[in-house]
Design a protein around this ligand. Structure first.
Ligand code: FE2
Ligand code: FE2
Length: 475
């Protein structure tokens, strides 16, 4: 089960050839997917040989092999974690019943919506990142971008497999629609807000892969608990791929910081103007990018109180992060949770039924997890002896969704007037000038082992290759 059959047109470990109808449907979708990749995948790179990892098994040890591949030839396929024998539903109203191998009729619409919403983010991020290859700071980084892109493509495959196999004609139509929506398109945008934002430069890309791919991790973790077993098994394998995306983000931002600190020490200055003149990104600008990406990403968890969230949990569709490690009753009826509310323009805590607050529970778990990497970035600054610390903004800062959308809050959590917000917003969020400056640094560095001036080299290469390895052959 754990070995992947690569002799077929669509690599898979789900015995696809035994289900002719499904196989035909997916083989029909495949050229449309490839056409989407040609149109919306990484720009001007279809002919490059890229040192990519490809999944060859779902074993936690050694599941991938590395080699130079042209991206359109990447073996996108369908890989599920092995089935757990006699798996039981471990939360919600169906607690203790056997996990579902088929979709129960009464949950069909909700499950479809969950799978489509997750599936939609995958091609969206490829679209958002499609121009970045033209300004990569090194071959190493270019390769990492492409690795993230092909894996997001595979995550789309993972969701489309579920739609085709379990949702009949509706599912096939959703599969087509996933190739038709476009990130940022006015008429046919992607479903979620953050996936319609631009990723115009590499600092945004690193912030995106640190913060927004981590939202992916938390959503996938919640779905990995699902009573619908095929969804749980699919998302578990997606999580093994997701870890690399967050690594790209965390190490990318860390290397930007390291380089900035090095130049700060060389020039003995913290003056943004002098640092910019020296071609590095000043720390306050990095903080503003952080504020932007963090706040846009935490909106993805949805409204702080949501009856849908309660239904998804109670019916067993979507669990909590690490549901299995929690020691409560896994039903949560009568439990409460503290959320923030706005009263008379001020933030106050209020206690609400936990089932309705499960978006907030997941968001809070996400926030705890994000803070860890920011602390590691601060260690880099500390080690350089510089008295500056990055902070994660308050969760009410710059929100567009839920109760908090109605209130102006500073990054430190202070409620502020409209007047103060307008006076300070340029200190808190990236300005057009910041973005133009960052964009001005984005040249293209293609020689193996060379790095753009604004970013430090990584400590080691990919798959134990040297840092100056030829990760991309441009042909
Ligand atoms: Fe993904
Ligand atoms: Fe990802």
């Amino acid at each position: 089960m754990s070995t992947i059959n690569y002799s077929e047109k669509i690599p898979n470990n789900v015995n696809l050839s035994e289900d002719r109808t499904l196989q035909r449907a997916l083989e029909h979708w495949q050229p449309n997917y490839l056409q989407w990749w040609q149109d919306m995948g990484p720009e001007g790179s279809q002919n490059f040989d890229v040192y990519l990892r490809t999944a060859v098994s779902v074993d936690p040890q050694g599941w991938a092999q590395f080699g130079h591949v042209k991206m359109p030839d990447y073996r996108w396929g369908i890989f599920l974690n092995p089935a757990e024998k006699d798996r039981k539903i471990h939360f919600g109203d169906h607690l203790g019943e056997p996990a579902w191998q088929e979709v129960p009729g009464e949950h069909r619409a909700n499950l479809r919506r969950i799978i489509v919403t997750q599936g939609d983010t995958e091609p969206a991020s490829v679209e958002q990142q499609r121009h970045l290859g033209l300004t990569a700071p090194s071959q190493y980084d270019l390769r990492n971008l492409f690795q993230v892109n092909v894996e997001e493509g595979r995550h789309l495959w993972a969701m489309v497999y579920l739609l085709h196999k379990y949702f009949g004609r509706d599912g096939r139509e959703e599969g087509e629609a996933l190739l038709e929506r476009r990130s940022g398109d006015e008429d046919n945008p992607r479903i979620l807000g953050a996936f319609n934002e631009k990723t115009p430069d590499w600092l945004s890309f690193f912030m995106f892969t640190y913060f927004t791919d981590r939202d992916g991790k938390f959503q996938l973790c919640a779905l990995a608990e699902s009573a619908f077993d095929p969804l749980a098994r699919t998302t578990k394998f997606m999580l093994t791929e997701e870890a690399h995306h967050m690594f790209v983000g965390e190490s990318g931002v860390s290397r930007v910081i390291q380089r900035t600190c090095q130049v700060m020490n060389e020039l003995k200055t913290d003056d943004p103007a002098r640092l910019r003149a020296a071609g590095v990104i000043d720390l306050p600008t990095i903080q503003r990018y952080l504020n932007f990406h963090f706040s846009v990403t935490i909106d993805l968890f949805g409204a702080d109180q949501s009856s849908n969230a309660a239904i998804f949990y109670s019916s067993g569709l979507k669990g909590r992060y690490e549901e299995g490690k929690r020691s409560d009753d896994h039903v949560l009826k009568g439990h409460t949770y503290k959320v923030l509310d706005v009263q008379g323009g001020m933030l106050v805590e209020k206690e609400v039924p936990m089932l309705n607050a499960l978006n907030e529970v997941l968001r809070d778990d996400y926030i705890k997890d994000s803070v860890g990497g920011v602390e590691r970035w601060n260690k880099v600054i500390e080690k350089a002896g510089i008295p500056f610390r990055l902070t994660v903004p308050h969760k009410a800062f710059h929100r567009q969704i839920g109760t908090l959308a109605g209130v102006k809050v500073a990054p430190d959590g202070r409620h502020v007037s409209e007047h103060e917000w307008n006076a300070k917003v340029e200190e808190w969020l990236p300005t057009d000038t910041d973005r133009a400056f960052v964009a001005s640094l984005m040249g293209r560095v293609v020689e193996p082992g060379k790095f753009a001036n604004w970013i430090a080299p990584p400590v080691m290469g990919i798959n134990r290759q040297p840092v100056d390895f030829e990760y991309v052959r441009f042909n």
